[in-house]
Ligand binder design. Sequence first.
Ligand code: SF4
Length: 90
Amino acid sequence: MNVANGICRIAECEIAKEAMMRIAINAEKCIGCARCAYVSPLLYVMDHEKAVARSTYIPAELKGYCDAAIRACPSNAISLAEDRLLLTQV
Ligand code: SF4
């Protein structure tokens, strides 16, 4: 896997997707509090008062960082797709 700063850069690779998870942020729910970016700066950054994921797909070993941001988010705007079979069908 081609990993830079802990985030895979080859999300198009079917083999990589099997070992990765997908982050989704609901921009309508996001209130721009920046807690996710504070708790997990490796995965989230603020852009025009909304949170965005630095990478849509993350290696499964970074799941803990995403879980911490999900717990910290006051508006339940963050989700993590754990169905790896679904990811392989893209
Ligand atoms: S913690 Fe939730 S509401 Fe706050 S910026 Fe992140 S996604 Fe948006």
